[in-house]
Write a protein that binds this ligand. Structure first.
Ligand code: MF3
Ligand code: CO
Ligand code: CO
Length: 274
């Protein structure tokens, strides 16, 4: 996901003109997005059975890297270095328990019974990006962890269900926030969904909270991610010294799900389905 503010800095810094405004994708481009979206979802399916107590996040990373290579795709996260961040060293993001997002795979980090782990993949295929993540349960998890993960997925789907031409970006966030808070969880504010296509992140932002009827009007051809992060406790965040890993300020659990979606003439198409 994008970090608010920092993203605009990145846009100004790196690509002053390309990254402006909201890009509408052509039918041909949409086809490319469908292909890479499906690839991304298939990658998560491929990794899912590996998510067991005893596996390292590095092993998940390495399997993802070779799978992408075998499917003619490359990881858009490996070496990714927006201003203020060192190059990201993972081919995927692995975010365990209190890690909200952008966890860096590590051979010393071994999953254990009761953990939750978000795996976020962003393959690049034929010039277009797919971006999807799911939070997996490792062995037997607490009732709270299970509830958090289920609520996060449901909140994402409720946000996506709002999408159709004429709806507003705020409708998505409102639906997510309503469900999250009614479930007893908080919604992360500082990290948002984003426009996607030839670039992994465009300037277009998709907050996971907000007010119905507010924000940009949705139009067919818009492609962006919906990727809510729900926290067990406070929505406030902290960055680790590696300048990537984002954790909850109170070290309580966080979960996330992400789909890449397209606004169509009739409504919405989820591009990251297996
Ligand atoms: N996949 C993340 C997103 O949803 C972006 C990861 S960038 C990385 O936007 F460098 F942290 F990998
Ligand atoms: Co994203
Ligand atoms: Co992602």
């Amino acid at each position: 996901m994008n970090q608010k503010n920092l993203l605009s800095i990145a846009a100004d810094f790196v690509q002053p003109s390309i990254n402006r405004g909201i890009v509408l994708l052509s039918a041909k481009e949409m086809d490319k997005m469908r292909r890479v979206g499906k690839l991304a979802a298939n990658l998560l399916n491929h990794l899912e059975p590996m998510v067991q107590p005893g596996v390292s996040t590095q092993a998940l990373n390495d399997e993802a890297a070779s799978w992408m290579q075998a499917h003619s795709a490359i990881s858009a996260t490996l070496g990714y270095a927006p201003p203020g961040h060192p190059p990201f060293t993972g081919s995927i993001c692995t975010s365990v328990n209190e890690v909200v997002c952008h966890g860096i795979p590590n051979p010393k980090q071994i999953l254990k019974d009761g953990d939750i782990i978000n795996i976020d993949v962003t393959p690049l295929l034929e010039g277009y990006h797919g971006d999807t993540s799911r939070t997996f349960l490792v062995g037997q998890v607490s009732a709270t962890a299970r509830k958090l993960v289920e609520a996060t997925q449901e909140s994402m789907m409720r946000g996506i269900a709002e999408i159709k031409p004429g709806a507003r970006i705020g409708d998505i966030g409102a639906a997510i926030q309503e469900y999250a808070e009614a479930s007893g969880f908080s919604v992360v504010r500082d990290m948002v969904g984003h426009g996607i296509g030839r670039q992994m992140h465009t300037e277009f932002q998709v907050p996971h909270y907000g007010k119905r009827g507010s924000g940009v009007k949705l139009r067919p051809g818009m492609v962006f991610t919906v990727e809510p992060m729900l926290n067990e406790g406070t929505y406030e965040l902290k960055f680790l010294a590696d300048r990537w890993t984002v954790i909850t300020k109170d070290k309580k659990l966080s979960a996330q799900f992400e789909h890449t979606v397209a606004v169509t003439d009739k409504g919405v198409e989820i591009l990251t389905l297996a």
